[in-house]
Design a protein around this ligand. Structure first.
Ligand code: ADP
Length: 357
């Protein structure tokens, strides 16, 4: 430990020491590992080990940190989606950053001002609008640990285990803090107790309330609840500052849809005749997940067309064929005809958009 020098001293204290002091970790040359601390996720790569190519790090192992970061060429991002991957929710994103990222990153700010940092927010809106994606983006951009709890799944476990499972989730989140606990379909975990007759449900709701109330301001754990049916939640969950804010993640408008289309086609070679703005206007009722499906359906349509020049049995595909691939207007038009907005499937309220081109 003493041999760690220069700026690496800070890095060692902040990241590596806790990472190694609690566990015996074997390391081999070339290994990459992620260490979280101070709301940052820092990736380390083992460039050399002595005396062998593989070592077990013990308390007296000397660790040297290279001053210069190793450039990462194979991947742009370290972990998960970023803010750039979420479209059409600019206002909501700004609010979530303020409510979730700020307290996770700068707990001192809240301590200094003597205010309690937010403990939770509730996102509501139809499925496929990007609620989970938002949660993941916040977690990866702020380096927080991200746990997803699926409401129906946790409830379907054997009777009596749901509460224990829930407790474990909170314990793990505290241990690995800073953390975001994302509760998808939270209405399944916390249905209105007046309207449910199930004994298990009632107990689980109380357990969740207790766990949320038990989160200490300093623990740096934030709960994000997501639901399609905010009104079927137990009212106690929406009171007493358990969720500091409720945000509507609605169906995107045409500008939002354009943003989302741009995101999902950014790595796609598009032909010149593709007019994303027009598609954005013509996809009324489509949510983010529908637009993602639309883009991949268009790509599949192109692949289907090319099947005569692609030899499935062959190990490689001709570079000229790959370079010639362009998703064009017709592919997207076809995709529009076969992709239905999920709002239509769920409620029947939205008219199927007419393809005008
Ligand atoms: P929800 O949690 O609201 O049901 P998800 O976040 O699971 O929705 O969305 C599923 C997928 O649809 C995402 O992984 C993403 O590919 C796409 N998607 C949904 N909403 C958006 C959005 N606002 N921007 C970009 N992509 C989106």
């Amino acid at each position: 430990e003493d041999s760690v020098a220069g700026i690496s001293g800070d890095l060692f204290e902040a990241y590596l020491k806790p990472y190694f002091s609690n566990y015996l970790r074997p390391l081999c040359r070339g290994d990459c590992f992620m260490v979280r601390g101070n709301m940052l996720a820092v990736e380390f790569k083992v460039v050399a080990t002595e005396p062998a190519d593989c070592v077990l790090v013990a308390p007296d192992t000397a660790i040297f940190c290279a001053d210069e970061p190793v450039k990462r060429e194979d991947e742009e991002r370290l972990d998960g989606p970023g803010y750039d991957d979420v479209g059409g929710v600019r206002k909501q994103l700004a609010q979530i950053r303020e409510l979730v990222e700020l307290p996770l990153r700068h707990p001192k700010l809240f301590q200094t001002l003597g205010v309690k940092p937010p403990k939770g927010i509730l996102l509501y809106g139809p499925p496929g609008t990007g609620k989970t994606l938002l949660g993941r983006a916040i977690a990866s951009e702020s380096g927080a640990h991200f746990v997803v709890v699926n409401g129906p799944e946790i409830m379907s476990k054997m009777a009596g285990e749901s509460e224990a499972n829930l407790r474990r989730v909170f314990e793990d989140a505290e241990r690995l803090a800073p953390s975001i606990i994302f509760m998808d379909e939270i209405d399944a975990i916390a249905p209105n107790r007046d309207k449910t007759h199930g004994e298990v449900e009632r107990r689980v709701v109380s357990q969740l309330l207790t766990l949320m109330d038990g989160l200490r301001p300093r623990t740096q754990v934030v709960v994000i609840g997501a639901t399609n049916r905010p009104n079927s939640l137990d009212p106690a969950l929406r009171r007493f500052g358990r969720f500091d804010r409720e945000l509507d993640i609605g169906v995107p408008d045409d500008i939002g849809r354009l943003e989302i289309l741009r995101i999902h086609s950014k790595d796609m070679p598009l032909a010149d005749d593709v007019d994303l703005e027009r598609i954005g206007k013509d996809t009324h009722g489509f949510v983010g997940a529908d637009l993602a499906a639309l883009c991949s359906e268009a790509a599949f349509q192109l692949i289907r067309e090319k099947m005569d020049v692609i030899d499935v049995e062959d190990e490689t595909i001709d570079v000229d064929v790959l370079n010639s691939l362009r998703v064009c207007n017709d592919h997207l038009k076809h995709a529009m005809e076969v992709t239905k907005p999920s709002a239509l499937r769920e409620t029947g309220l939205v008219e199927v958009p007419k393809v005008s081109w």
